[in-house]
Structures are given as C-alpha cells and as structure tokens.
Design a protein around this ligand. Sequence first.
Ligand code: ATP
Length: 424
Amino acid sequence: RMRIAVLTSGGDSAGMNAAVRAVVKAGISKGCESYVVREGYEGLVRGNTAPLTPRRVAQRHLPPERLARFSNEALVKNLSFGEGPALKEGAGDADDDEEGGTLKGRYIVQVGWDDVRGWMGEGGTFIGSARSATFRTPEGRLKAAHNLIKEGIDGLVVCGGDGSLTGADRLRSEWPELVQQLLASGEINEHQAALYSHLKIVGLVGSIDNDMALTDLTIGAPTALQRICEAIDNINSTAASHSRAFVVEVMGRHCGWLALMAGVSAGADYVFIPEQPPKSEPWEEEMCEVIKRHREVGKRKTIVIVAEGAHDRDLNPIKAEKVKEVLSNVLKLDTRVTTLGHTQRGGRPVAMDRILPTLQGIDAVNALLEATPSQPSYMIGIRENKILRIPLVDAVQQTQAVAAAIEARDFAKAMGLRDPEFDQ
Ligand code: ATP
C-alpha cells in the first residue's frame, strides 16, 4: 500500500483545503494510506517526535462505528491543529497536548476519509502553511528526507506557489544524494535506501497570483479575483457618487494577472502590472492623458489598479500613494487609496477553486501511482480547460525566466513567456 502525504506551503490560497481533501480521498479510494504534513515544509523538517499515545485515540469520544471511519491518529479538524502563535524558527511547539489534545510533536499525520469532510468550501488551509527557512538549507532537506522515510511515505503532493514548487523540485533532484547521506550516517539501512531510492513527488499550484508558467490557472486565483471585483464594485458606488478617483492596490509581485483581470472585470481606467510598465516616460503623463480623456467623455469615477510589484521601465516602484499624488496634483481629482491586502486571500473558495483542486488532486494521486523512476516529476496544471501533467522542472524554470526577464527589463520577453499568444 502506497503511503501518500500532502502538504500546503507558502501563502495560503482558497481551494487548498479542497486540494487536501481530494488527495486524501483519492488516495484512500485507490487503496493507499493518506497522510497530511502540517505546517508545510516546516512540518516535514520537524517530523514526528512525540509517540502516538492511546490517549489521543481515546479522546475522540465517538461511537465505534463512526470511529472506524477515522484515521489512527487524532481527528484533524475536530482536535484542531491550533499551535498558538505562528510557527517561528526555533520557537518550539506552543501547544499543550494534555489540555487541547492537539497534535504537538506530530507533523506527519495519517488521516481518514471523514477527517476531511466538509473541507471543500472552507478558505485557507486547515493543515497549516508556513515559510520554512530550515527547508532552504541542505541540513533541513536532509531531515525532511529522513522524516519521510521514517514515516514510510512514498508519495508526496506539494500544494503551493512557485517558491514551494521550486523547493519540491530541489528535493526531487537531491533525493538520491540525500538517501546516500542518510545511509552513510546510519540513519537508514540498506533495505530502506533501496525501497526509497526514488522520491515520487507531484506539485499542485496553490497561489492567488496566478503566477506559475505553463498552466492557465492556479488554485486560489479565481477566488482572489472575485474578492477584488467585489471590493471594486463597492468602491465604484462611492466613487461615482462623489466623482472621486480610487487607486486600488492588489497583490502580485512578479505577476500582474490579478490586476489585469480585475481591470477588465471592473472596467478600470488604468492598470499597472510588473510585466509591462507604461510604454512612455514619464508614466505620469500617459496615465493622466488616458484618465483625462475618460473624464472628458463623461465618466464620473476613476479607478486605477496597481499590482504590488508594479514599476516603471527602470524598475523604480510605482506605488499607490505616488499614483494618488499625481491624480490629485495634476488632474485635481479627489483621490483615495484602497489597499485590499489580505482580504484578497481569504474567504470561501468560488466554484472554480473547488473544481480545479478536486480534479487536480485526483490526478496528482494518479500521477503518483503511475510514476516510474525514468519519468520526470509533474506539476498538475490546466491548459485550455484540460487537466494536464507538466514536468515540474520546466514549470519552475519558465516561471523563474519570467522574473529574470523583468529584472533584465526585457518586458516583451516577460509577456511572451507569460503568454506565448501575446502580441506586442
Ligand atoms: P506565494 O506564492 O504565496 O509566495 P510560495 O510557495 O512562492 O507562495 P515561498 O515563501 O516562496 O512561497 O516558498 C515557500 C517555502 O518553500 C519556503 O519557505 C521554503 O521552505 C520553500 N522554498 C522556496 N524556495 C526554495 C528553494 N529555492 N529551495 C528550497 N526550498 C524552497
């Protein structure tokens, strides 16, 4: 029986719970044992240090027929993953198992079918996500590899953004070396080294920014876009009433998808995105000219959307406050700034962020079951409405190439890499 573990990593996005649910249920339905790794890569590095006590099992207070449907370990949701303050490097576990019956000292947890019941429509990620500095180090990845082997996990699904999938790709490429190191230091034996010689790993893209190359849509992006649209709809009514201008800052460090799509959905006057800065210098003139034209034909409101990573052609940041100053001083518009911040991440996933992670989670399990050592590791994507397997290494490299093209100020290349159909 294959043991499949799933983790969520990096910034949370709506639909991650649905992805975990899909992997857990698809795994069980195909005869595997399903596990979750709490707190992203940090949980993989920490592993299980506390024993699985009978107390944890007894705590469930459930009739035996219900109990049979749950895993051997604590109930994921009912016992809660609460660890108190956010996990920090070296901070240790903040929770007390005696009181809360939580999963202190256990980060790789077996789960059953009912453990993930009701997760589909919930925002964020119940199994926790963290940014792990330790996993970035060779020692951290060695520990992670050791913990996976100790728990007998032979398939791993990572749901996260480009950073998390870069980490997954790194673990995959270093795996044979890590196994040899563990063997040499006596942490694992020859039998384990042979059994776990190949890491089966699959990536699911959970990111609100829609910033991963070679896939059309990432898990969480449709919900974030929906939240932005709702916020701009609310702003629109006040903007029109008072004939105001609003500068709305949305997320997106290297990727302007949210800003651009929000601009289309909200009928914004002007949008700043990292991949394509305003064509003319100085950008202020171009923006003011467009907005003036819109005002002249009778528009009572002005909406400018700024992606958080927006900049001019020399890579000087374009910030919402600066845009406001220009609109106020040059066009004399009564201008306000709205930074949507974390409201974009949260909340219930829209239908697409339930469908996408469910279909992709199921395919992630299939990909693990079908994986052979000669095949590359895959990222599950979607292109032209089809769920596809894309070599993880290609997706990671092309995503990094977009960021590098922006850094090199080759904006046409950045747009072309992002969207091959893009026409200058
Ligand atoms: P978001 O899109 O929200 O930023 P992300 O997955 O890109 O999500 P990161 O903070 O970049 O978020 O990465 C999450 C975690 O993945 C890091 O904390 C680290 O543990 C791991 N990681 C990222 N890059 C690497 C890398 N180059 N090598 C090893 N691990 C990495």
